[in-house]
Write a protein that binds this ligand. Structure first.
Ligand code: G3I
Length: 327
């Protein structure tokens, strides 16, 4: 590996997909953002543009502008695209939250939404998060409006509808806080096993890997990946970022970034050990991260590039591991 090798070159040399969550706005306005994105990543996911809220500003109306901007940019730079997400309890349109729907109306709306969004990108998107975060942190099914109306089978319907219009697209269930073996990942394991038993066209499970308040044990992540793969499902790391609470933060930036780089290295090695060929980080630069807006008590530099557009030790750790890994 030459020093000037790009991360995506090293990844492509071993058929690995290294991705980043992308926001539409900097794609339009920020040359430095675009330069990092096209040079260093061979996989992108839309951070918000393909969610129901941004796509459906008003009843019967679709706004694909931001989504198209992300997908078109990726295709123009030979990057695979992961679409996020068709059915999720968060970020639904305001009008939808106030809508006094009947079960029949909700079913028809969801079918039409899945058909329209997944159908539009059937030839340009590689993977969809069909359903996101349907399991609560205690392992019970999350009481969202689809579950309350239809029970667990709302997941089956969503996957079948997506498969009807995009049969060549990989269809995933995606969640957080289930990266290692725990009560939540146990529940997700049982859920996807039931779905497979019901013949649902699910291809894989996305482990978000937001390593924030707690970091999963590396052996536990490996065991978790293996059991999903033993079900015949693929596994991807879909939304990785690494931040620290005051008690875990070494204090000075250099020490924190070295500690952070070790965790990114460990997760990259687990991916290579367990045959996971896709890892996505949830943003391009520290300044693009969602974390400072949501968690004041967490360190705000969770990604591979700093706010000055320079690669961090985490970037080198992933690149070195991909370049030098031997099974
Ligand atoms: O676009 C509107 C803008 O028009 C408005 O002026 C502004 C002020 O309210 O809000 C903007 O929308 C914000 C959107 O991000 C785009 O920036 C929403 O308020 C804000 O809630 C939304 O946050 C996103 C969050 O999901 C919503 O739950 C984060 O960017 C995004 O990183 C985060 O991503 C989630 C994954 O989808 C699922 N897993 C966890 C992950 C982190 O929470």
């Amino acid at each position: 590996m030459a020093d000037n090798d790009r991360l995506r070159d090293v990844a492509e040399d071993r058929d690995f997909e290294i991705g980043a969550a992308v926001a539409a706005q900097p794609l339009r306005t920020d040359p430095a953002y675009k330069k990092i994105l096209r040079n260093e990543f061979n996989y992108v996911t839309a951070e918000n543009a393909l969610k129901m809220g941004p796509l459906r500003p008003d009843p019967g109306v679709y706004d694909f502008n931001d989504a198209d901007a992300v997908v078109d940019y990726a295709r123009a730079h030979d990057q695979s695209v992961r679409a996020h997400t068709l059915v999720w309890h968060n970020q639904t349109p305001e009008w939808f939250q106030e809508w006094d729907y009947t079960p029949e109306q909700l079913e028809e709306f969801t079918r039409e939404h899945v058909h329209t969004a997944a159908g539009r990108y059937r030839d340009t998107v590689d993977t969809w998060d069909v359903v996101n975060e349907a399991v609560a942190d205690d392992g019970t099914m999350r009481e969202n409006l689809w579950y309350e109306t239809f029970g667990e089978e709302y997941l089956d319907d969503a996957f079948r509808w997506a498969n009807e219009v995009a049969p060549d697209t990989d269809l995933y269930y995606n969640d957080y806080g289930a990266d290692g073996v725990n009560v939540k990942s146990d529940a997700i394991y049982d859920l996807v096993e039931r779905m497979l038993d019901r013949g649902v066209p699910i291809d894989g499970v996305g482990l978000q890997m937001h390593a924030l308040h707690e970091k999963p044990g590396i052996d536990s992540v490996a065991e978790n990946i293996r059991r999903f793969k033993d079900l015949g499902l693929d596994v991807e790391i879909t939304e990785m970022d690494v931040a620290y609470l005051p008690g875990d933060d070494p204090g000075d930036q250099e020490a924190r970034w070295e500690k952070q780089a070790e965790f990114y290295r460990d997760i990259t090695e687990v991916c290579l050990d367990e045959g996971v060929d896709t890892m996505i980080v949830w943003g391009v630069r520290d300044s693009d991260s969602w974390i400072p807006n949501w968690f004041e008590n967490l360190t705000g530099d969770p990604l591979l590039f700093d706010s000055g557009n320079d690669p961090k030790p985490a970037y080198d750790a992933i690149k070195d591991t991909l370049a030098n890994y031997e099974a």
